[in-house]
Design a protein around this ligand. Sequence first.
Ligand code: GDP
Length: 525
Amino acid sequence: MKPQELRDAVDKRRTFAIISHPDAGKTTITEQLLLFGGVIREAGTVKGRKSSHFAKSDWMAIEKQRGISVTSSVLQFEYAGKQINILDTPGHEDFSEDTYRTLMAVDAAVMVIDSAKGIEAQTKKLFKVVKQRGIPIFTFMNKLDRDGREPLDLIAELEDLLGIEGYAMNWPMGMGKGLAGLYDRVDHRIELYRENEAGERYLPLDENGRLAPSEPLANDSIYTDTLDSIELLNDAGNQFNLKKVMSGDQTPVFFGSALTNFGVETFLKHFVEMAPAPGPHRLQDGRALSPTDPNFSGFVFKIQANMNPNHRDRIAFVRIGAGEFERGMDVTLARTGKVLRLNNSTEFMADTREQVQTAVAGDIVGLYDTGNFQIGDSIYAGKDPVEYEKLPQFTPELFMRVTPKNVMKQKSFHKGMQQLVQEGAVQLYRTYTTNDYILGAVGQLQFEVFKFRMQNEYNSEVVMTPIGSRVARWIDPEQLDEKMSSTRNLLVKDVHGDPLFLFENQYAQRWFADKYPEVKLTAKL
Ligand code: GDP
Protein backbone atom coordinates (compact mmCIF):
# COMPACT_ATOMS: atom_id res chain seq x y z
CA MET A 1 0.00 0.00 0.00
CA LYS A 2 1.33 3.44 -0.90
CA PRO A 3 1.74 5.96 1.95
CA GLN A 4 -1.24 8.02 0.81
CA GLU A 5 -3.42 4.92 0.50
CA LEU A 6 -2.45 3.87 3.98
CA ARG A 7 -3.27 7.32 5.33
CA ASP A 8 -6.67 7.27 3.63
CA ALA A 9 -7.42 3.77 4.87
CA VAL A 10 -6.45 4.61 8.46
CA ASP A 11 -8.45 7.84 8.35
CA LYS A 12 -11.56 5.84 7.51
CA ARG A 13 -11.33 3.60 10.55
CA ARG A 14 -13.65 4.08 13.49
CA THR A 15 -12.90 1.49 16.15
CA PHE A 16 -15.02 1.47 19.26
CA ALA A 17 -16.67 -0.62 21.95
CA ILE A 18 -20.09 -0.38 23.52
CA ILE A 19 -20.11 -0.31 27.30
CA SER A 20 -23.27 -0.93 29.26
CA HIS A 21 -24.88 -2.84 32.06
CA PRO A 22 -26.59 -6.10 31.07
CA ASP A 23 -30.04 -5.52 29.55
CA ALA A 24 -29.52 -1.85 28.78
CA GLY A 25 -29.85 -2.72 25.10
CA LYS A 26 -26.31 -3.19 23.78
CA THR A 27 -27.23 -6.15 21.60
CA THR A 28 -30.32 -4.44 20.25
CA ILE A 29 -28.43 -1.29 19.32
CA THR A 30 -25.56 -3.28 17.79
CA GLU A 31 -28.09 -5.02 15.64
CA GLN A 32 -29.53 -1.71 14.46
CA LEU A 33 -26.04 -0.50 13.61
CA LEU A 34 -25.44 -3.66 11.57
CA LEU A 35 -28.70 -3.03 9.82
CA PHE A 36 -27.55 0.46 8.80
CA GLY A 37 -24.22 -0.99 7.78
CA GLY A 38 -26.01 -3.43 5.48
CA VAL A 39 -24.44 -6.40 7.26
CA ILE A 40 -27.77 -7.91 8.17
CA ARG A 41 -31.10 -7.40 6.54
CA GLU A 42 -33.48 -8.24 9.28
CA ALA A 43 -33.81 -7.37 12.90
CA GLY A 44 -33.54 -10.30 15.27
CA THR A 45 -30.50 -11.89 13.73
CA VAL A 46 -27.96 -10.78 16.29
CA LYS A 47 -29.97 -11.95 19.24
CA GLY A 48 -30.32 -15.18 17.37
CA ARG A 49 -26.59 -15.58 17.25
CA LYS A 50 -26.77 -17.15 20.65
CA SER A 51 -28.90 -19.87 19.14
CA SER A 52 -26.66 -19.94 16.06
CA HIS A 53 -28.83 -18.19 13.49
CA PHE A 54 -26.31 -15.51 12.75
CA ALA A 55 -26.41 -14.46 9.15
CA LYS A 56 -22.72 -14.20 8.45
CA SER A 57 -21.95 -17.70 7.30
CA ASP A 58 -18.16 -17.40 7.16
CA TRP A 59 -18.02 -16.58 10.76
CA MET A 60 -20.42 -19.33 11.58
CA ALA A 61 -18.21 -21.84 9.85
CA ILE A 62 -15.24 -20.82 11.92
CA GLU A 63 -17.37 -20.84 14.98
CA LYS A 64 -18.75 -24.31 14.36
CA GLN A 65 -15.46 -25.74 13.32
CA ARG A 66 -13.55 -24.27 16.19
CA GLY A 67 -16.20 -24.10 18.80
CA ILE A 68 -15.18 -20.55 19.54
CA SER A 69 -17.54 -17.65 19.45
CA VAL A 70 -15.69 -15.28 17.17
CA THR A 71 -18.77 -13.77 15.64
CA SER A 72 -19.24 -11.49 18.53
CA SER A 73 -15.65 -10.39 18.93
CA VAL A 74 -15.38 -7.86 16.12
CA LEU A 75 -18.06 -6.62 13.79
CA GLN A 76 -16.94 -4.66 10.80
CA PHE A 77 -19.00 -2.71 8.33
CA GLU A 78 -18.96 0.37 6.20
CA TYR A 79 -21.11 3.36 6.90
CA ALA A 80 -20.99 6.82 5.36
CA GLY A 81 -17.63 6.07 3.80
CA LYS A 82 -16.13 4.96 7.10
CA GLN A 83 -14.93 1.53 8.11
CA ILE A 84 -16.54 0.75 11.44
CA ASN A 85 -15.10 -1.80 13.85
CA ILE A 86 -17.24 -2.64 16.86
CA LEU A 87 -15.41 -4.66 19.46
CA ASP A 88 -17.54 -6.78 21.71
CA THR A 89 -17.31 -6.27 25.44
CA PRO A 90 -18.91 -9.37 26.93
CA GLY A 91 -21.10 -8.78 29.96
CA HIS A 92 -23.43 -11.05 31.91
CA GLU A 93 -21.72 -14.30 32.84
CA ASP A 94 -19.02 -13.67 30.22
CA PHE A 95 -17.64 -10.66 32.01
CA SER A 96 -13.90 -11.02 32.48
CA GLU A 97 -10.62 -9.15 32.35
CA ASP A 98 -10.84 -9.48 28.59
CA THR A 99 -13.81 -7.16 28.71
CA TYR A 100 -11.59 -4.50 30.27
CA ARG A 101 -8.67 -5.21 28.00
CA THR A 102 -10.83 -4.81 24.93
CA LEU A 103 -11.21 -1.20 25.98
CA MET A 104 -7.45 -0.80 25.50
CA ALA A 105 -7.89 -1.59 21.83
CA VAL A 106 -10.51 1.00 20.88
CA ASP A 107 -10.37 4.66 19.93
CA ALA A 108 -13.78 5.58 21.35
CA ALA A 109 -16.54 4.13 23.47
CA VAL A 110 -20.30 4.24 23.33
CA MET A 111 -22.10 4.06 26.63
CA VAL A 112 -25.63 2.68 26.44
CA ILE A 113 -27.83 3.54 29.40
CA ASP A 114 -31.32 2.34 30.18
CA SER A 115 -33.15 5.63 30.68
CA ALA A 116 -35.40 4.08 33.32
CA LYS A 117 -32.45 2.85 35.35
CA GLY A 118 -29.73 5.39 34.81
CA ILE A 119 -26.09 4.49 35.36
CA GLU A 120 -25.69 0.94 36.64
CA ALA A 121 -22.81 -0.92 38.25
CA GLN A 122 -21.17 -2.51 35.23
CA THR A 123 -21.36 0.68 33.20
CA LYS A 124 -19.61 2.47 36.01
CA LYS A 125 -16.78 -0.07 36.12
CA LEU A 126 -16.24 -0.01 32.37
CA PHE A 127 -16.51 3.75 32.26
CA LYS A 128 -13.66 4.06 34.73
CA VAL A 129 -11.36 2.12 32.43
CA VAL A 130 -12.37 4.13 29.37
CA LYS A 131 -12.05 7.41 31.22
CA GLN A 132 -8.55 6.57 32.32
CA ARG A 133 -7.58 6.26 28.66
CA GLY A 134 -8.84 9.71 27.88
CA ILE A 135 -10.70 8.67 24.73
CA PRO A 136 -14.05 10.08 23.59
CA ILE A 137 -17.18 8.61 25.11
CA PHE A 138 -20.58 8.90 23.46
CA THR A 139 -23.78 8.25 25.34
CA PHE A 140 -27.01 6.70 24.13
CA MET A 141 -29.93 6.97 26.57
CA ASN A 142 -32.03 4.01 25.51
CA LYS A 143 -35.60 2.78 25.90
CA LEU A 144 -37.29 6.10 25.41
CA ASP A 145 -40.40 4.21 24.29
CA ARG A 146 -40.84 3.36 27.96
CA ASP A 147 -41.43 5.67 30.85
CA GLY A 148 -38.05 6.50 32.25
CA ARG A 149 -36.36 9.06 34.40
CA GLU A 150 -36.36 12.75 33.75
CA PRO A 151 -33.85 13.56 30.99
CA LEU A 152 -32.37 16.37 33.09
CA ASP A 153 -31.82 13.88 35.89
CA LEU A 154 -30.06 11.50 33.55
CA ILE A 155 -27.71 14.21 32.33
CA ALA A 156 -27.01 15.35 35.88
CA GLU A 157 -26.24 11.80 36.90
CA LEU A 158 -23.43 11.62 34.35
CA GLU A 159 -21.70 14.40 36.16
CA ASP A 160 -22.59 13.27 39.67
CA LEU A 161 -21.76 9.59 39.32
CA LEU A 162 -19.15 9.53 36.58
CA GLY A 163 -17.69 12.99 36.70
CA ILE A 164 -18.19 13.61 32.99
CA GLU A 165 -20.08 16.55 31.53
CA GLY A 166 -23.05 15.61 29.40
CA TYR A 167 -24.08 17.62 26.37
CA ALA A 168 -27.50 16.69 25.00
CA MET A 169 -27.32 16.51 21.22
CA ASN A 170 -31.04 15.94 21.10
CA TRP A 171 -33.84 16.06 23.61
CA PRO A 172 -36.81 13.77 24.09
CA MET A 173 -40.26 15.16 23.48
CA GLY A 174 -42.18 13.05 25.93
CA MET A 175 -41.48 9.42 26.66
CA GLY A 176 -43.20 6.07 26.97
CA LYS A 177 -46.65 6.14 25.41
CA GLY A 178 -46.38 9.90 25.11
CA LEU A 179 -43.16 9.86 23.09
CA ALA A 180 -43.59 12.30 20.20
CA GLY A 181 -40.07 12.76 18.95
CA LEU A 182 -36.61 14.18 19.45
CA TYR A 183 -35.71 17.82 19.34
CA ASP A 184 -32.41 17.80 17.46
CA ARG A 185 -30.17 20.61 18.70
CA VAL A 186 -27.49 19.95 16.14
CA ASP A 187 -29.36 19.31 12.93
CA HIS A 188 -32.03 21.85 13.84
CA ARG A 189 -35.00 19.69 13.22
CA ILE A 190 -37.52 17.57 15.03
CA GLU A 191 -37.31 13.86 14.44
CA LEU A 192 -40.80 12.45 14.83
CA TYR A 193 -41.34 9.15 16.58
CA ARG A 194 -44.04 8.32 14.09
CA GLU A 195 -44.44 9.83 10.66
CA ASN A 196 -47.03 12.59 10.61
CA GLU A 197 -50.07 12.62 8.38
CA ALA A 198 -48.07 14.12 5.56
CA GLY A 199 -45.68 11.17 5.76
CA GLU A 200 -42.86 13.28 7.18
CA ARG A 201 -40.31 12.05 9.65
CA TYR A 202 -38.43 15.29 10.12
CA LEU A 203 -39.73 18.80 10.72
CA PRO A 204 -37.31 21.68 10.15
CA LEU A 205 -36.63 24.29 12.83
CA ASP A 206 -35.90 27.92 12.02
CA GLU A 207 -32.76 29.76 13.13
CA ASN A 208 -34.35 30.39 16.52
CA GLY A 209 -35.01 26.70 16.93
CA ARG A 210 -38.75 27.06 16.36
CA LEU A 211 -41.22 25.14 14.22
CA ALA A 212 -43.21 27.03 11.61
CA PRO A 213 -46.39 28.28 13.37
CA SER A 214 -48.47 26.52 10.74
CA GLU A 215 -47.14 23.17 11.86
CA PRO A 216 -49.82 21.44 14.00
CA LEU A 217 -47.23 20.19 16.50
CA ALA A 218 -46.25 23.81 17.17
CA ASN A 219 -49.42 24.23 19.20
CA ASP A 220 -49.01 21.07 21.19
CA SER A 221 -47.98 21.37 24.83
CA ILE A 222 -45.36 18.68 24.34
CA TYR A 223 -43.61 21.03 21.94
CA THR A 224 -43.83 24.10 24.14
CA ASP A 225 -42.63 22.08 27.12
CA THR A 226 -39.67 20.92 25.07
CA LEU A 227 -38.84 24.52 24.16
CA ASP A 228 -38.73 25.35 27.86
CA SER A 229 -36.32 22.49 28.47
CA ILE A 230 -34.15 23.51 25.54
CA GLU A 231 -34.02 27.06 26.83
CA LEU A 232 -32.95 25.77 30.20
CA LEU A 233 -30.26 23.64 28.57
CA ASN A 234 -29.02 26.56 26.51
CA ASP A 235 -28.86 28.88 29.50
CA ALA A 236 -27.77 26.62 32.31
CA GLY A 237 -26.47 23.47 30.64
CA ASN A 238 -22.96 22.68 29.47
CA GLN A 239 -21.64 24.34 26.32
CA PHE A 240 -20.66 21.95 23.60
CA ASN A 241 -16.88 21.63 23.56
CA LEU A 242 -15.29 19.35 20.96
CA LYS A 243 -11.93 19.43 22.68
CA LYS A 244 -13.48 18.16 25.88
CA VAL A 245 -15.31 15.48 23.92
CA MET A 246 -12.05 14.31 22.38
CA SER A 247 -10.34 14.06 25.75
CA GLY A 248 -13.26 12.24 27.34
CA ASP A 249 -14.24 15.14 29.60
CA GLN A 250 -17.57 15.75 27.93
CA THR A 251 -19.90 13.16 26.46
CA PRO A 252 -22.34 13.95 23.67
CA VAL A 253 -25.67 12.48 24.76
CA PHE A 254 -28.23 11.05 22.34
CA PHE A 255 -31.66 9.83 23.29
CA GLY A 256 -33.58 7.10 21.54
CA SER A 257 -35.08 3.68 21.53
CA ALA A 258 -33.04 0.88 20.05
CA LEU A 259 -35.93 -1.54 20.03
CA THR A 260 -38.10 0.67 17.86
CA ASN A 261 -35.06 1.89 15.92
CA PHE A 262 -35.68 5.46 16.90
CA GLY A 263 -32.78 7.89 17.13
CA VAL A 264 -30.22 5.19 16.37
CA GLU A 265 -29.31 6.37 12.90
CA THR A 266 -29.10 9.96 14.10
CA PHE A 267 -26.70 8.76 16.74
CA LEU A 268 -24.66 6.74 14.24
CA LYS A 269 -24.44 9.65 11.83
CA HIS A 270 -23.06 12.03 14.44
CA PHE A 271 -20.89 9.41 15.99
CA VAL A 272 -19.19 8.66 12.69
CA GLU A 273 -18.60 12.37 12.10
CA MET A 274 -17.17 13.04 15.53
CA ALA A 275 -15.42 9.85 16.59
CA PRO A 276 -11.70 9.93 15.94
CA ALA A 277 -9.71 7.89 13.44
CA PRO A 278 -6.87 5.83 14.97
CA GLY A 279 -4.25 8.10 16.49
CA PRO A 280 -0.67 7.56 17.64
CA HIS A 281 0.03 4.83 20.17
CA ARG A 282 2.35 5.20 23.10
CA LEU A 283 5.25 2.78 23.18
CA GLN A 284 6.97 1.31 26.20
CA ASP A 285 10.00 3.56 25.68
CA GLY A 286 7.83 6.67 25.76
CA ARG A 287 7.78 7.35 22.03
CA ALA A 288 4.51 7.79 20.17
CA LEU A 289 4.05 5.65 17.08
CA SER A 290 2.06 7.06 14.19
CA PRO A 291 -0.65 4.75 12.83
CA THR A 292 0.60 5.51 9.33
CA ASP A 293 4.08 4.23 10.07
CA PRO A 294 4.76 2.00 7.06
CA ASN A 295 5.83 -0.98 9.18
CA PHE A 296 3.08 -3.17 10.55
CA SER A 297 2.87 -3.52 14.31
CA GLY A 298 0.23 -4.33 16.87
CA PHE A 299 -0.48 -5.72 20.30
CA VAL A 300 -2.43 -8.66 21.68
CA PHE A 301 -5.28 -7.48 23.88
CA LYS A 302 -7.24 -10.67 24.25
CA ILE A 303 -6.69 -14.39 23.96
CA GLN A 304 -9.70 -16.56 23.51
CA ALA A 305 -9.15 -20.14 24.54
CA ASN A 306 -10.90 -22.93 22.79
CA MET A 307 -13.29 -24.72 25.05
CA ASN A 308 -13.49 -27.62 22.65
CA PRO A 309 -11.00 -30.28 23.82
CA ASN A 310 -10.39 -31.44 20.26
CA HIS A 311 -9.08 -28.05 19.25
CA ARG A 312 -6.59 -26.73 21.67
CA ASP A 313 -5.58 -23.71 19.71
CA ARG A 314 -6.73 -20.33 20.79
CA ILE A 315 -7.19 -17.04 19.08
CA ALA A 316 -5.01 -14.07 19.86
CA PHE A 317 -6.73 -10.81 19.00
CA VAL A 318 -4.33 -8.17 17.78
CA ARG A 319 -5.11 -4.50 17.52
CA ILE A 320 -3.10 -3.09 14.65
CA GLY A 321 -1.39 0.04 15.90
CA ALA A 322 0.48 0.97 12.73
CA GLY A 323 0.89 0.01 9.11
CA GLU A 324 -0.83 -2.69 7.12
CA PHE A 325 -1.27 -6.34 7.91
CA GLU A 326 -0.56 -8.74 5.09
CA ARG A 327 -1.38 -12.39 4.96
CA GLY A 328 1.62 -14.64 5.32
CA MET A 329 3.88 -11.91 6.63
CA ASP A 330 6.75 -12.46 9.04
CA VAL A 331 6.54 -10.67 12.34
CA THR A 332 8.77 -10.50 15.38
CA LEU A 333 7.38 -11.15 18.81
CA ALA A 334 8.89 -8.33 20.86
CA ARG A 335 8.99 -10.25 24.14
CA THR A 336 11.16 -13.08 22.81
CA GLY A 337 12.62 -11.70 19.60
CA LYS A 338 11.25 -14.79 17.86
CA VAL A 339 10.19 -14.45 14.22
CA LEU A 340 6.78 -15.89 13.45
CA ARG A 341 5.40 -16.54 10.00
CA LEU A 342 1.72 -15.79 9.95
CA ASN A 343 0.72 -18.17 7.20
CA ASN A 344 -2.79 -18.41 5.91
CA SER A 345 -3.97 -21.13 8.20
CA THR A 346 -3.13 -19.16 11.29
CA GLU A 347 -4.95 -15.95 10.70
CA PHE A 348 -8.28 -14.47 9.92
CA MET A 349 -9.53 -11.01 9.65
CA ALA A 350 -12.62 -9.51 10.97
CA ASP A 351 -14.30 -8.61 7.73
CA THR A 352 -17.30 -9.64 5.80
CA ARG A 353 -16.96 -11.91 2.82
CA GLU A 354 -17.26 -9.38 0.05
CA GLN A 355 -15.21 -6.67 1.54
CA VAL A 356 -11.64 -5.72 0.84
CA GLN A 357 -9.13 -7.96 2.46
CA THR A 358 -6.91 -5.32 3.91
CA ALA A 359 -6.36 -4.62 7.54
CA VAL A 360 -4.62 -1.45 8.66
CA ALA A 361 -4.07 0.50 11.85
CA GLY A 362 -7.33 0.54 13.78
CA ASP A 363 -8.40 -2.91 12.61
CA ILE A 364 -8.33 -6.13 14.57
CA VAL A 365 -6.86 -9.37 13.29
CA GLY A 366 -7.26 -12.73 14.92
CA LEU A 367 -4.36 -15.14 14.91
CA TYR A 368 -4.71 -18.83 15.58
CA ASP A 369 -2.24 -19.37 18.33
CA THR A 370 -0.61 -22.54 19.55
CA GLY A 371 0.87 -20.94 22.62
CA ASN A 372 3.19 -18.25 21.31
CA PHE A 373 1.28 -15.26 22.56
CA GLN A 374 0.57 -13.67 25.89
CA ILE A 375 -1.79 -10.84 26.59
CA GLY A 376 -0.04 -7.53 26.05
CA ASP A 377 2.47 -8.95 23.55
CA SER A 378 3.67 -6.70 20.75
CA ILE A 379 4.41 -7.96 17.26
CA TYR A 380 6.08 -6.00 14.50
CA ALA A 381 7.35 -6.29 10.96
CA GLY A 382 10.39 -4.39 9.87
CA LYS A 383 13.74 -4.04 11.55
CA ASP A 384 13.02 -1.57 14.33
CA PRO A 385 11.64 -3.21 17.44
CA VAL A 386 8.23 -1.93 18.48
CA GLU A 387 6.94 -2.53 21.96
CA TYR A 388 3.58 -1.08 22.88
CA GLU A 389 2.96 0.36 26.30
CA LYS A 390 2.05 -2.33 28.84
CA LEU A 391 -1.61 -3.01 29.39
CA PRO A 392 -2.78 -1.92 32.82
CA GLN A 393 -3.47 -4.35 35.63
CA PHE A 394 -7.04 -4.49 36.81
CA THR A 395 -8.18 -4.99 40.34
CA PRO A 396 -9.76 -8.43 40.63
CA GLU A 397 -12.92 -8.71 42.67
CA LEU A 398 -13.48 -12.47 42.95
CA PHE A 399 -11.14 -14.93 44.59
CA MET A 400 -10.67 -18.69 44.83
CA ARG A 401 -8.28 -20.91 46.65
CA VAL A 402 -6.85 -23.51 44.34
CA THR A 403 -5.01 -26.76 45.00
CA PRO A 404 -4.17 -29.75 42.82
CA LYS A 405 -6.57 -32.62 43.34
CA ASN A 406 -3.80 -35.14 43.09
CA VAL A 407 -0.83 -34.05 45.15
CA MET A 408 1.39 -36.41 43.15
CA LYS A 409 0.80 -34.26 40.11
CA GLN A 410 2.34 -31.05 41.43
CA LYS A 411 4.48 -30.62 38.35
CA SER A 412 1.70 -30.33 35.81
CA PHE A 413 -0.24 -28.21 38.27
CA HIS A 414 2.60 -25.71 38.55
CA LYS A 415 3.29 -25.69 34.84
CA GLY A 416 -0.34 -25.07 33.92
CA MET A 417 -0.74 -22.48 36.59
CA GLN A 418 2.35 -20.61 35.54
CA GLN A 419 1.43 -20.58 31.88
CA LEU A 420 -2.19 -19.60 32.33
CA VAL A 421 -1.22 -16.80 34.66
CA GLN A 422 1.42 -15.58 32.25
CA GLU A 423 -1.05 -15.68 29.42
CA GLY A 424 -3.35 -13.43 31.44
CA ALA A 425 -6.23 -15.86 31.95
CA VAL A 426 -6.39 -15.23 35.71
CA GLN A 427 -4.32 -13.47 38.34
CA LEU A 428 -2.35 -15.37 40.90
CA TYR A 429 -1.65 -14.51 44.54
CA ARG A 430 0.07 -16.38 47.34
CA THR A 431 -0.81 -16.08 50.99
CA TYR A 432 1.99 -14.53 53.00
CA THR A 433 2.65 -17.13 55.57
CA THR A 434 1.52 -20.39 54.01
CA ASN A 435 2.10 -19.69 50.32
CA ASP A 436 -1.33 -21.00 49.39
CA TYR A 437 -2.47 -20.33 45.84
CA ILE A 438 -5.25 -17.81 45.44
CA LEU A 439 -6.68 -16.88 42.09
CA GLY A 440 -8.18 -13.50 41.38
CA ALA A 441 -10.54 -12.53 38.57
CA VAL A 442 -13.00 -9.85 37.62
CA GLY A 443 -15.57 -12.38 36.40
CA GLN A 444 -16.58 -15.92 37.32
CA LEU A 445 -15.97 -17.08 33.75
CA GLN A 446 -12.22 -16.72 34.22
CA PHE A 447 -12.25 -19.40 36.93
CA GLU A 448 -14.26 -21.74 34.78
CA VAL A 449 -11.92 -21.30 31.84
CA PHE A 450 -8.97 -21.81 34.15
CA LYS A 451 -10.32 -25.04 35.59
CA PHE A 452 -11.23 -26.39 32.18
CA ARG A 453 -7.90 -25.56 30.64
CA MET A 454 -5.91 -26.94 33.57
CA GLN A 455 -7.61 -30.25 33.08
CA ASN A 456 -7.61 -30.33 29.29
CA GLU A 457 -4.32 -28.73 28.43
CA TYR A 458 -2.20 -29.64 31.45
CA ASN A 459 -3.94 -32.76 32.63
CA SER A 460 -4.22 -31.26 36.06
CA GLU A 461 -7.43 -31.57 37.96
CA VAL A 462 -7.83 -28.72 40.41
CA VAL A 463 -9.93 -28.16 43.49
CA MET A 464 -11.26 -24.66 43.74
CA THR A 465 -12.69 -23.26 46.96
CA PRO A 466 -14.50 -19.96 46.61
CA ILE A 467 -13.39 -17.11 48.84
CA GLY A 468 -15.98 -14.86 47.25
CA SER A 469 -15.72 -11.20 46.49
CA ARG A 470 -13.04 -9.16 48.18
CA VAL A 471 -11.74 -5.63 47.98
CA ALA A 472 -8.12 -5.87 46.87
CA ARG A 473 -5.81 -3.04 47.92
CA TRP A 474 -2.05 -2.87 47.55
CA ILE A 475 0.08 -1.60 50.40
CA ASP A 476 3.52 -0.05 50.34
CA PRO A 477 5.92 -2.80 51.58
CA GLU A 478 7.64 -0.17 53.73
CA GLN A 479 4.45 0.36 55.69
CA LEU A 480 3.56 -3.29 56.00
CA ASP A 481 3.47 -5.05 59.31
CA GLU A 482 2.31 -8.66 59.03
CA LYS A 483 0.36 -8.22 62.22
CA MET A 484 -2.01 -5.95 60.33
CA SER A 485 -3.47 -9.03 58.67
CA SER A 486 -6.55 -10.77 60.03
CA THR A 487 -9.31 -13.00 58.75
CA ARG A 488 -11.10 -9.87 57.57
CA ASN A 489 -8.10 -8.67 55.58
CA LEU A 490 -6.06 -11.53 54.25
CA LEU A 491 -2.51 -10.60 53.39
CA VAL A 492 -1.25 -11.95 50.06
CA LYS A 493 1.38 -11.08 47.47
CA ASP A 494 0.96 -10.77 43.74
CA VAL A 495 3.18 -12.31 41.04
CA HIS A 496 5.65 -9.45 41.40
CA GLY A 497 5.91 -10.12 45.12
CA ASP A 498 4.03 -6.93 45.99
CA PRO A 499 1.87 -7.18 49.09
CA LEU A 500 -1.86 -6.52 49.15
CA PHE A 501 -4.81 -7.07 51.42
CA LEU A 502 -7.99 -8.83 50.42
CA PHE A 503 -10.59 -7.06 52.52
CA GLU A 504 -13.77 -8.90 53.33
CA ASN A 505 -15.79 -5.86 52.30
CA GLN A 506 -15.71 -2.08 52.29
CA TYR A 507 -16.45 -1.94 56.01
CA ALA A 508 -13.38 -4.01 56.74
CA GLN A 509 -11.39 -1.67 54.57
CA ARG A 510 -12.76 1.37 56.36
CA TRP A 511 -12.10 -0.19 59.71
CA PHE A 512 -8.51 -0.77 58.63
CA ALA A 513 -8.16 2.80 57.38
CA ASP A 514 -9.38 4.10 60.74
CA LYS A 515 -7.00 1.90 62.65
CA TYR A 516 -3.99 2.66 60.45
CA PRO A 517 -4.65 6.15 59.13
CA GLU A 518 -1.04 6.58 57.97
CA VAL A 519 -1.11 3.49 55.72
CA LYS A 520 -1.75 4.19 52.06
CA LEU A 521 -3.82 1.62 50.19
CA THR A 522 -4.06 1.62 46.42
CA ALA A 523 -6.16 -0.14 43.81
CA LYS A 524 -5.15 -1.03 40.27
CA LEU A 525 -7.47 0.29 37.60
P1 GDP B 1 -27.95 -6.18 26.39
O1 GDP B 1 -27.93 -7.14 27.53
O2 GDP B 1 -27.42 -4.83 26.80
O3 GDP B 1 -27.31 -6.68 25.13
O4 GDP B 1 -29.49 -5.87 26.11
P2 GDP B 1 -30.43 -6.38 24.94
O5 GDP B 1 -30.17 -5.66 23.69
O6 GDP B 1 -30.42 -7.85 24.93
O7 GDP B 1 -31.82 -5.85 25.52
C1 GDP B 1 -32.33 -6.27 26.75
C2 GDP B 1 -33.85 -6.23 26.71
O8 GDP B 1 -34.27 -4.88 26.56
C3 GDP B 1 -34.42 -6.99 25.53
O9 GDP B 1 -35.61 -7.61 25.94
C4 GDP B 1 -34.68 -5.91 24.51
O10 GDP B 1 -35.71 -6.23 23.64
C5 GDP B 1 -35.07 -4.75 25.40
N1 GDP B 1 -34.78 -3.46 24.77
C6 GDP B 1 -33.64 -3.06 24.15
N2 GDP B 1 -33.78 -1.81 23.69
C7 GDP B 1 -35.01 -1.40 24.03
C8 GDP B 1 -35.74 -0.21 23.81
O11 GDP B 1 -35.30 0.75 23.21
N3 GDP B 1 -37.01 -0.18 24.32
C9 GDP B 1 -37.57 -1.23 24.99
N4 GDP B 1 -38.80 -1.09 25.44
N5 GDP B 1 -36.90 -2.36 25.20
C10 GDP B 1 -35.65 -2.46 24.72
